[in-house]
Design a protein around this ligand. Sequence first.
Ligand SMILES: [Zn+2]
Length: 297
Amino acid sequence: MMSPATRHRVRLRRLPRRVAPFPNEHLSSYLHRLGEANGLPGNAFENHIANTAIPDRETIHDLTGLPERTLIFALPELRTPDDLDTYPALRGRPTAVGSSNYCPYCAGLRGPARPVRVWATHEQVLCRRHRIWTGGPVLTCEDRWSRIDISELPDVLAAHHRHQRLIVRFGREQVRHAFEDASCLVHQWHKGLPWPFRSVHARLAILEPDPGRWCLSSAICRTAEYPVTVAVTTFLADAAWRNRLLHMDMVDRQGAIDCLTETVTDGAVPAGVFDPLLTQCIEQRYHARAGPAETVS
Ligand SMILES: [Zn+2]
């Protein structure tokens, strides 16, 4: 629906080539592709849509001729709070909160073409169809446009299934926050502790045979850590496990730690007795986090 202010603005000329947005695409990513497809790369396209610093849905509609519904569903930045009343099917779709790469094969980019950026939920770390790691919003790394083939890593795919089941069991936002903590924790353990994660190194060896190139800030490192991160998330998301650790007697507490070390750290106990980073993560779980949800609700 057009806003009253819209009726008085200058309409932009429709571009000759129509370009469909990818699901949940960043507006900037879409506009860049739209400009390129119409022979207006970079600044030329920005000049074309001058005076609309943040293009609204009417502007995009003018430029593309795409229906309002298509734009609202595909481009989260163009939505308003009222849209949920008109389109209840928006519920559960990603909001403009967490960013990820879109699978280059789903985007049809076989060569070194420009990557597509999308809004994603925290568990959207891979493309199951093409067995490609896309990274998701939480597991940050230095190489932004990596293209990692995970077809030889069934434990990464299995961890992804577990991750999705955790969301069903504990709720999306609770698992999201636990996953954020777990990813930080596992990465710190991997960087700082003397004992190696044997499973992480085994996965790294498949992704990159030369250990000299196992950079800790690389995407392959975050990929190899992912199953461990999901395992730790399982503990952090579970209030019963946290309570055993923080409030019960020593025997119960030791049992909770044993369960974690057997499942996650190959029997090693972080920091000798107990790891302050882990304790911090567990205690912080009691303080609700503010911030926008990663899906429309
Ligand atoms: Zn794909």
